[in-house]
Design a protein around this ligand. Structure first.
Ligand code: SF4
Length: 147
């Protein structure tokens, strides 16, 4: 699966993760103004100084091993599934950052294989960003508890 197809699925899945998500609609330019609205998984948060910052808001995976009845990602639900690799998330974050689309990453996830396996992938993602790409921007990273 192409990375942009994954992004479409996993940005859409992330909109159910409660936050201040603010880019949930497509809106074409009408030729009387500037800009387009796009469902790209970008949400906003606020820094300690009160400044509004844009975040790439995605799930690492929506292929959950659990079946919580209230959840869109439950294993019994018939929805398209996708899983990023840590490198893919790190690369998306860096490329979006360099294009000035975002200032940080909001990374949540369903649970794939096991809580530990999932947590290790999230930590690996953050490690690539911090230690390899030297990304000093904001990272919100979900912790996956054992059930
Ligand atoms: S573990 Fe989380 S992502 Fe998975 S089904 Fe339950 S609530 Fe949804």
């Amino acid at each position: 699966m192409e990375i942009l197809d994954k992004l479409k699925i996993l940005a859409d899945s992330a909109k159910y993760d409660a936050s201040c998500s603010s880019s949930g609609s497509n809106r074409k330019n009408t030729n009387v103004g500037i800009g387009n609205g796009h469902v790209s998984g970008i949400c906003h948060s606020w820094g300690a100084d009160g400044r509004c910052i844009s975040l790439l808001k995605i799930l690492f995976t929506n292929a959950c091993m659990y079946d919580c009845k209230y959840c869109i990602n439950r294993s019994s639900n018939s929805v398209p599934r996708a899983t990023f690799t840590p490198r893919e998330v790190a690369d998306l974050t860096i490329h979006f950052y360099k294009r000035n689309y975002i200032e940080g990453l909001f990374l949540s996830s369903a649970v794939i294989k096991s809580p530990d396996y999932t947590m290790e992938r999230l930590v690996e993602t953050a490690s690539i960003l911090r230690n390899e790409y030297h990304f000093n921007g904001y990272i919100h990273c979900k912790t996956i508890p054992r059930l």
